[in-house]
Write a protein that binds this ligand. Structure first.
Ligand code: EPU
Length: 335
């Protein structure tokens, strides 16, 4: 059963370490408990958190926060080449990656050490080092809040994009993901080491999924702060996508701008580079900082308030707009 709690602090439930309150809260350990709880009481505002690793609270939450903590990893089909795995949404993503590595199932090794739970992964189509969850995604089960019925989504229905899906846009807040089903590869794996310095770090080592994950963990740990030690939500902004002609103009002033092809006529440039160029790397104000090893990460220097994090984020956004004529979008959900 699930107990409703009222007026509790969200401090233990968000990796930014922001101390705000929520009017109501439930901790869900089983999917059918979620359904029973929502049948009992209705709420105008509902927000699901897993690890709270992609959310910034700027004020008290005037509704129900649902902490999904449902567990289970189940092989539902396999052949000699592939295995289909259903994972409950409350499983920790990185622990799931470790389970795959232990069983020698390939496909998610580049996504090692991404904070958060499995249920959040399709919402923002988590991605790192050249791989996104959409590359292994088969379906997800969800609970529709308006009808309290379960609905399965296939990849097309999810409309995955760069750090985006239908659950972040058209259907935002309408469904709760209860499990995710992925298709993974058995040995021999098709690996992807084309991103940045991944190949260089692997030099001399076999390109096994275990070695790739180890290298990814090494790169991430050297650049990104551990949220258990320094409050943060990973990348605060998305990398902006601009047109080729915008890039041409940019290169006139900044010859060294790094860029990656995004689609036929669009280019992605690292927001981290722009922010560093503007001198914000290592900057801090009101107990909020820009991380010294990666300028895309805003950090809590101790007892920061959510509204001060947003103030700094907005200051950076408006400077970027002024100097680069680029409008940065938040990657983090700001409430
Ligand atoms: N860079 C700088 N200054 C910095 C950091 C990076 O100029 O302080 C420039 C460098 O040119 C570097 C480039 O930015 O080569 C790219 O940096 P990085 O490889 O660290 O990747 P990113 O584009 O900043 C994205 C994801 C990360 C993911 C990495 C690796 C987004 C918003 N972020 O960051 O995801 O780990 O690629 O694939 O797409 C997250 O979503 O929370 C996250 C950490």
């Amino acid at each position: 059963m699930v107990n409703f709690k009222n007026n509790i602090s969200l401090l233990p439930y968000n990796t930014f370490g922001i101390n705000v309150k929520t009017s109501s809260f439930i901790h869900v350990r089983k999917t059918d408990h979620l359904l029973n709880a929502l049948k009992k009481k209705s709420f105008e505002k509902i927000l699901v958190i897993g690890q709270g690793s992609n959310v910034l609270f700027t004020k008290d939450y005037p509704g129900l926060i649902i902490l999904m903590d449902n567990h289970g990893i189940e092989i539902i089909k396999e052949n000699q080449k592939e295995v289909i795995v259903k994972v409950q949404s409350g499983e920790n993503w990185h622990q799931f990656v470790l389970w795959c590595l232990k069983n020698n199932y390939g496909g998610v090794e580049n996504l090692a050490l991404i904070p958060g739970k499995v249920g959040a992964a399709p919402i923002q189509n988590i991605g790192a080092y050249g791989v996104e969850i959409k590359d292994v995604f088969l379906s997800c089960n969800t609970l529709e809040l308006s009808s309290l019925t379960f609905k399965e989504f296939n990849p097309d229905e999810c409309s995955f994009g760069y750090r985006d899906s239908v659950f972040k846009s058209k259907l935002k807040g309408k469904y709760i993901i209860t499990s995710v089903t992925l298709k993974l590869q058995k040995y021999p794996h098709k690996v992807n080491v084309s991103y940045g310095n991944l190949e260089k770090i692997l030099k001399g080592k076999k390109k096994t999924i275990q070695n790739i994950a180890e290298s990814v963990i090494k790169i991430r740990s050297s650049k990104l702060p551990d949220p258990k030690i320094i409050g943060n939500c990973g990348s605060f902004f998305k990398n902006p996508i601009i047109s080729k002609s915008q890039l041409k103009d940019l290169i006139k002033t900044f010859k060294e701008v790094p860029f990656y092809s995004h689609s036929k006529d669009k280019i992605k440039i690292p927001a981290a580079w722009i922010i560093e160029k503007l001198g914000y790397k290592g900057y801090n104000e009101n107990k909020v900082g820009v991380y010294k090893n990666h300028s895309l990460v805003l950090i809590n220097l101790g007892n920061a308030r959510g509204k001060d994090v947003k103030l700094l984020a907005e200051k950076i956004r408006s400077k970027v707009l002024d100097v680069f004529s680029i409008s940065l979008e938040y990657e983090v959900n700001v409430w």
